[in-house]
Ligand binder design. Structure first.
Ligand SMILES: C[S@@+](CC[C@H](N)C(=O)[O-])C[C@H]1O[C@@H](n2cnc3c(N)ncnc32)[C@H](O)[C@@H]1O
Length: 255
């Protein structure tokens, strides 16, 4: 592909800021504490790493985008960060007390390998926790509409928002004690159209999507997306919408 998706394009840090509350929820759900060795998979600009280090953990982050790894290094000076793929983590077997991924492994092209890597990186008896989007909600629907236009169709697409599917994924890759909780995040902008324009200008996936479509296709997507966002708008004077997400915790069994 001449124009692969590059998460370092645009300004992902703007989105990361809106996702920070979920990073706090994730480290709380995983029980991160003083002295824990914590792995942050698909760390982006380091939201989870930052939240974990603020609790006294030693953090290691891995992400496929070198620009974001650099940003995470700057943001979490005590952390260790590597460019690497979720399907082949550049870390030792059983090296971590806790392996986490906030809206990260959900982008893996190979969910089984990514799940197996989370388990491999965790010590026996250690914990694993991830966040995934619930498919209901205007923001997720807008993302799905973009994905349907620009990503190749899959015969058996991953169902990260389906608690039973994620539980089975983790269990067949060696985890047990899977618990699924539900949380929510609020997104806001001046209007549904402003929210779309923000993604179009700054979000790496929307910027990449824009380059895959011609003008007509893009304007059609904009109109459909803004309509869905308007439908889910909870603030008639501007734009505010609630997105549910799953917080899934699991354990690597004792040896
Ligand atoms: C929505 S962002 C989440 C980033 C961060 N965890 C956060 O909460 O802000 C998704 C991240 O996954 C990374 N990513 C996507 N696919 C990946 C893969 N296969 N291996 C490693 N990183 C990946 C992207 O570079 C991006 O930083």
């Amino acid at each position: 592909m001449t124009d692969p998706l590059n998460w370092g394009d645009g300004d992902y840090a703007r989105t990361a800021e809106t996702l920070m509350p979920a990073a706090e929820v994730l480290v709380e759900a995983a029980g991160v504490g003083e002295g824990d060795d914590v792995l942050d998979v698909a760390c982006g600009t380091g939201n989870v790493s930052l939240a974990a280090s603020q609790r006294g953990a030693r953090v290691t982050g891995v992400d496929g985008a070198d620009v974001l790894v650099d940003a995470a290094r700057e943001r979490v000076p005590g952390g260790e960060f590597h460019v690497g793929e979720a399907e082949a983590l550049p870390v030792d077997y059983g090296a971590f007390d806790i392996a986490l991924s906030a809206f990260g492994v959900i982008f893996s092209p190979d969910p089984d390998r990514a799940a197996a890597e989370l388990v491999r990186a965790t010590r026996a008896g250690g914990r694993i926790a991830i966040t995934t989007w619930d498919p209901a909600g205007a923001i997720h629907t807008a993302g799905t509409m973009l994905a349907a236009e620009v990503f190749p169709p899959r015969s058996d697409p991953p169902r990260w928002g389906d608690a039973a599917w994620v539980t089975a994924l983790l269990e067949r890759n060696g985890a047990d004690d899977v618990v699924v909780g539900e949380e929510q995040l609020t997104f806001a902008a001046k209007s549904p159209a402003h929210w779309f324009a923000e993604q179009e200008e700054h979000h790496p996936v929307w910027r990449w999507g824009r380059r895959q479509l011609d003008d007509t296709g893009w304007e059609r997507l904009r109109a459909r997306s803004v309509a869905v966002l308007a439908d889910g708008n909870e603030d008639p004077a501007a734009f505010r919408t609630t997105s549910r997400y799953l917080v899934i915790t699991a354990r690597r069994p004792e040896a």
